[in-house]
Design a binder for this molecule. Sequence first.
Ligand code: FE
Length: 410
Amino acid sequence: MVKWLCEVCNIYVYDEEKGDPLTGISPNTEVSDFPDSWRCPVCGATKNRLVRISEEEYWQKARAYTDFNEKKEQVRSILVGADNPQTQPELRQEYGVPLGLRGIGQGLTYLNNLKALSKYRLKKRLITEHEEPVIETAFLGKRISMPVLGAPMSGLSYVSNIIEEDFAYNILEGCKVAGTIGFTGNTSRDYEVVHPAIVALKKVNGDGVNIFKPQSQDVLLDLISQSEKEEAVAVGIDIDGAGSVNFTLAGKPVFRKTIDEIKELKSSTRLPFIVKGIMCEEDALASVEAGADVIGISNHGGRVLDSGPGVADVLQRIVKAVRETEKGKEVVITADGGVRTGFDVVKMLALGADFVLVGRPLAREAISTGVEGVKRILEYIKTDVRIAMIMTSCNSLKDIDEKILVKGQF
Ligand code: FE
């Protein structure tokens, strides 16, 4: 019989033969015969988000779904006291499993992010003096628990039953309670008065970063000034939103930007300014010239251009080009793309990133288990960063460099 997986949460599975009593589906019901009102019990996605999977994949995923169901209620109560995530291994089932939504086109860029990271392995080195690694750091002057930030994401309201404002809040608040900082994305949806990302930012007292799509200068200047009023940690644009189909369809045109246009945005605000979506030396150097305080090396999780390289493939040479310039020595560099665990975080740091953004693993929690889930995944990541540092003889974040990497064709 045919088996299905929810491509949004990557957790819910459906077997046509068995049906699904939990959501009122009788045995031998095809997905096309589900009522239109049906929603994924994990994430709220609609039935058209179920994708066919093989028997083998079904049995792999079924275990995670069963565990998810059994633990769901338990999780909420246990989490309150889960100070040390290592003592809660049974809760780790879905850690490392990304949100199911893949990349644009054939998904080659999405896959290249994973392949690029897997070309690097960590060099285990243990005969050195033991010290507890220091993971805490500061991002733009704010103390944070680890060099990991919540990536800007939006549009999840198109594929699940969460509203944009709640999604943004769950990311920001989840990051905040985990001791770090989350970013918000820029939805193409219409909104009443205030942009949902700014409403969410206000709810967390400005402890977040707003990233906007590269719309017209007027629209951006207005949004930036609103973020500034809420005292955001920083504000910026994801310049690789320039090809966004959703924005075009919604009648909100998006554009590439010139150095002068970025300068105008940067000089309009006293907040630190971020240019995210950089995948080549030319754009990195142009962003530095425009005065960006932070540049984000990112291919947007493979969601905006197919057939691009993985972030870990280009990171080292972009960092090198930036650091060779006088202004580029001070610029903060973030990286994201394919990061699932704390071990991936350490690899990105070793390739030269100052901070690493995590997206899909947090998105899945933001739409299913909310703030607590976002916090829990970040705690797992922190636990693994610590383990990786101990096992590679890194006592501080500064010690994490290419010497701890082994490169090869694995
Ligand atoms: Fe789902």
